[in-house]
Design a protein around this ligand. Sequence first.
Ligand SMILES: [Zn+2]
Length: 440
Amino acid sequence: MPEKASSLVELLSELIRIDTTNPPGNETRAAKLLQEELEGRGVEYKLLESAPNRGSIIAWAESKEPGPSLLLLSHLDVVPANPDEWSVDPFSGVIKDGFVWGRGALDDKLSVAVMLKVFLDFVEFKRFKGRLIYGATADEEMGGRMGVGWLIEQYPELLKADYVLNEGGGFEVPHKRSVFLVQTAEKGVYWFKLKFKGKPGHASMPKSGDNVLPRLAEAVDKISRKGTPVDLKVHTKTFIQKLLESRGVPSPLRKLFSSKLFIPLVLKLAGDAEPVIDAMVRNTVTPTVARAGDKVNVIPSMGELNVDCRLLPGYEEGWVVDYVSKVVSGMDYEIEFIHRDPATESPLETPLYKAIETTVVSEVAGSIVSPYMSTGGTDSRFFRRAYGSAAYGFIPLRADLPIREMMRLAHGIDERVSLKNIEFCYKLTSRVLEAFYATV
Ligand SMILES: [Zn+2]
């Protein structure tokens, strides 16, 4: 007999009550709760700690029928929540007004709970092929190096999967015809410093030194003004076409508008979505921190500029070095990378992507499914890189609150998910797996 079998809502609420704010994380308690749910259910599992209290839990089952490996992935940690700003205790998991409230209700404990139930259903009723894996891991919110990063390094066979279903997409963008977004790619993150050197002097005699501040200011100005060229990757081209389709734009025009030439017009018409779409169509190079001088009467001789740079698939640090040298040509500087994480992408023509598409379209009348490239990262990038997995961000959710409010909830105040949406998420995730196993 199963040790413990909580309802989906109870499990979510209980997970929220375990504070896994990262830092420091303390995910092991949450992993132990899941262990109780897995106990006696005919699956194998491992609770692994990358450091004391930094637990992740991985469970798996093998089918007699050959087939691909599929990983249902979620993360146990959450971002901090300030109780003073919330209308309920963020770690209460309270159920009121038809919602489960608390930090992690959307990101990502909903998924931890839903995927566990789906995993156990498919194992119990032998509705899967190949290897079905469940992973609820530590540290995603701080970059995943104490979670998925560590697991892949230490146990490369454990999480190896042809397909990964993860967070990062699945939400409905409501319109006459709703669009459900599937995250199929993530931009790369390249943070770098530009260092400038001058000569110190007394500020009362400006010519006694060589002031780096004007150069720093000039570099900020040049980098900020200079745009980067548009480069449409398949994810974004399809995304724009699907968005236009949802607005009733006929097919030939959709093709035209998703060409490079028309992107400026698309951006103009995009309204609130302009910043998002703009970041999908190009590499971005954004100065964020400038440091020089610390005394009012001393000419600063050292200056440093930190730049946040996000690259599309196919670009690497060589592009950055080259770009910067052209933009600030003639200036004397040194460039130093502080973080490099290349973009990752998964193909759109796979059985899992198709399964998502057919399921959503048949479950939500008139809806459209679109890929999209996110400007931030999820743990999917580890899998795309280590195993070439087809990894998709898809946690299906209806927009049952105004979209702007909904977008603010994950990592925001009063994070919550409706009971209806929990049911929807569970139902659609199950249907996606059914559709997937029907075709592989
Ligand atoms: Zn998350």
